[in-house]
Write a protein that binds this ligand. Structure first.
Ligand SMILES: [Cu+2]
Length: 293
């Protein structure tokens, strides 16, 4: 018994040491347990679920390892005499049947809570972006804008130009995904989220998700669904800027400026910085496709 409590004290001390050393900042690399760093509120919710799940798994793991070690030491062979034979311990059997169910129920509960947060659609998002995928590029439309011709402004990629999707930080952004042909998948790795772009869905119906971005920067985006010969060429760039820069960008676009010129106007590089166009015929067997960066 004394040894057990000493062990418990040591474990508590170890945990305290870890908490102190990491400053108890749950977003640092230790407590992320390998989880990638996302740039959206939603990715933080997912990270918290991951951190909690790993801690729960470690508690169960240490308990099981401890019990194994305890049994190995306590009931090691002491002589040739056959140990006391026991069978059927009903209370114990009930406990180890119910306990795993409770653990799984807990994991499912928190998973559903976070999933609901990640898939939540607010009634009135701050910004809406229409993403149109086609073989083999992207068109990004800003439906709430009105260009010189009275139609919403947009950016469309070509085989010579990576399309840049400009997004504001600290605002809720709704994405409406549509495809002109086959199934594509809209993936920004830093969102820690991807969603299939399925043809036949009208904007605002099914292919919708929302994020709130918290970090300014340039991030590569990809098509994550094998959609044909030049699937690997469907890279794009997400440029997240401050809300005021975003408004200035859209105003410049509405006045007739190109994506490039409007980006330069708000002090951003006019062309993609995270990836470059992959011209058909330049991809070698040795690689070069896929990452595109
Ligand atoms: Cu695609």
């Amino acid at each position: 018994m004394a040894r057990g409590s000493r062990l418990a004290r040591l474990a508590a001390l170890g945990l305290l040491g870890v908490v102190t050393l990491t400053g108890c900042d749950l977003n640092n690399s230790f407590w992320r347990f390998g989880w990638p760093e996302g740039i959206t509120d939603q990715s933080q919710d997912m990270r918290r679920l991951w951190t909690g799940s790993v801690i729960a798994a470690l508690i169960v793991g240490f308990l099981v390892w401890g019990l194994i070690l305890f049994s190995v030491v306590k009931h090691r062979k002491r002589g040739d005499e056959l140990p006391k034979q026991t069978a059927y311990n009903l209370p114990l059997e009930i406990v180890y049947t119910i306990l795993p169910f409770l653990i799984i129920a807990g994991l499912i509960f928190f998973t559903v809570v976070v999933q609901d947060k990640v898939m939540k659609r607010s009634a009135d998002p701050d910004t809406t972006i229409a993403v149109n995928a086609f073989k083999w590029n992207w068109q990004f439309v800003y439906p709430q804008t009105s260009g010189p011709n009275g139609k919403p402004v947009y950016t469309v990629g070509t085989s010579e130009e990576i399309p840049i999707l400009v997004l504001p930080t600290d605002r809720t952004i709704k994405f409406q995904l549509t495809s002109a042909d086959v199934i594509h998948s809209f993936w920004v790795p830093e969102f820690l989220f991807k969603l299939d772009v399925i043809p036949g869905n009208e904007n605002g119906r099914n292919n919708v998700f929302e994020v709130t971005v918290r970090k300014q920067g340039a991030y590569v985006g990809r098509c994550a669904e094998l959609c044909g010969t030049y699937h690997a060429f469907m890279n794009f760039e997400v440029r997240t800027v401050s809300p005021s820069d975003y408004d200035a960008y859209l105003a410049a676009r509405e006045s007739g400026m190109s994506t490039h010129d409007a980006l330069v106007k708000i002090g951003q590089p006019g062309t993609a910085t995270t990836t470059h166009p992959l011209v058909p015929g330049t991809v070698t067997a040795a690689g070069g496709q896929g990452t595109g960066g």
